[in-house]
Design a protein around this ligand. Structure first.
Ligand code: NAD
Length: 371
């Protein structure tokens, strides 16, 4: 069942490298789900740079602001030309402050663990990702070093570069509230705050304090949800020894980035890791992985992470039934293991022999949906 007669308009950014081919695969699956989507295709990244001279044309942001919902393939950020990460820019421009990265096991992947069901909330706008950086030898480093020394806060070597780590009450409150609201709405049992408050008292320490305050506000309305916290390094140990201990995680930006890749590894790698970036006005869905340029155009890549990102988008659009059907179809194809991409075959059988291409894998999912 789908939302009766409703066509959803969605901005679609196919992206660079493997982006266009996994996007075609994703579109075929979503079409087979029966949901009507009017894709407004926009180019960003290398594709846009070639066509318009800009990596992120204003028209892309306008399209997302207009449609409120976007689905995006991976973008290549050219190295060494002073380009800021496009993904970071998109998240900041649209104030997409909540990054949700689920890591859920599928039976039959051959991944090291089964039964993992973790949903990681990553703060998306602050921390060392805020992009406040000063180059070695710059006026910025010199002036900050002066202030730091004057205030007796320490010394910064002349030949150092600097990145600032702002963490605010405002930014922390809203990510913790997003994680708690998700836990309440989805019947989750536990929210674990990840931090390094023992070392960075005024950033992670503040983050932990504010997260605990928010948790206390939820204690009355959602007493069934347990909230605990773990220092990030120990959390990594526990994640690889007892991943089933975890439910919802809430992390500052940088730890969220790293720990979510770790979680993706628990369930079978980047080919299976979807993501959502949510703000108060807009939502942008995208896989965790990058553009894997060496695999581009070879019909080899796994489109599951992008399809699962589209499943998250369907839920956001209120198309719950279609979302469940697509998820189930993917699970069946992976469990059968007959038509799977090279990364899944390697994990399952230890060899890529007998693996299928991106198109064939998507066609197997489509066939399940049409059954
Ligand atoms: P990557 O995720 O593109 O690739 C790392 C490796 O993971 C690949 O070599 C491949 O072995 C595997 N892999 C990734 N996606 C896969 C898929 N769908 N199916 C099968 N295997 C897959 O990371 P990278 O090589 O560090 O980055 C390449 C480019 O992507 C860089 O320009 C980087 O800036 C960009 N990037 C973009 C995003 C994004 O758009 N959200 C995220 C990360 C990296």
């Amino acid at each position: 069942m789908t939302t009766a007669n409703k066509t959803h308009k969605v901005t679609l950014i196919p992206g660079d490298g493997i982006g266009p081919e996994i996007t075609e695969a994703m579109k075929s699956v979503i079409e087979a789900s029966g949901v009507s989507i009017d894709w407004e295709v926009q180019q960003a990244g290398e594709a846009a740079l070639e066509a318009t001279g800009e990596l992120l044309p204003e028209s892309v942001l306008e399209s997302i602001r207009r449609n409120k919902v976007a689905l995006k393939g991976p973008l290549t950020t050219p190295i060494g030309h002073g380009f800021r990460s496009l993904n970071v820019t998109l998240r900041k421009e649209l104030d997409l402050y909540t990054n949700i990265r689920p890591a859920q096991s599928f039976h039959g992947t051959g991944a090291r663990y089964d039964g993992v069901d973790i949903v990681l909330f990553r703060e998306n706008t602050e921390d060392l990702y805020a992009g406040i950086e000063f180059e070695k030898g710059s006026e910025g480093v010199r002036r900050i070093a002066e202030i730091v020394e004057e205030m007796g806060a320490g010394t910064i070597r002349e030949d150092a570069g600097l990145s600032l780590k702002p963490i605010s009450v405002f930014g922390t409150r809203r990510i913790m509230k997003a994680a708690m609201d998700y836990a309440v709405a989805n019947g989750r049992k536990k929210v674990t705050i990840i931090h390094k408050a023992n070392i960075m008292k005024h950033t992670d320490g503040l983050y932990l304090k504010v997260c605990r305050e928010v948790a206390a506000e939820y204690a009355e309305i959602a007493p069934e949800i347990e909230v605990d916290d773990l220092i990030v390094d120990f959390a990594c140990t526990r994640l690889v020894t007892n991943p089933e201990r975890f439910d919802v995680l809430v992390c500052p930006n940088l730890f969220g980035d790293i720990v979510s890749d770790l979680c993706a590894g628990l369930v079978g790698g980047l080919g299976l890791a979807p993501g959502a970036n949510i703000g108060d006005d807009c939502a942008l869905f995208e896989p965790v992985h990058g553009s894997a340029p060496s695999y581009a155009g070879q019909n080899l890549s796994n489109p599951t992470a992008l399809i699962l990102s589209a499943v998250m988008m369907l839920r956001h659009l209120g198309e719950q039934c279609a979302a469940e059907r697509v998820h189930k179809a993917i699970a069946e194809v992976i469990e059968e293991g007959k038509v799977i991409t090279y990364d899944l075959m390697r994990m399952r059988e230890g060899t890529t022999d007998g693996s299928s291409g991106t198109k064939e894998y998507a066609a197997a999912i489509v066939a399940k949906l049409q059954n």
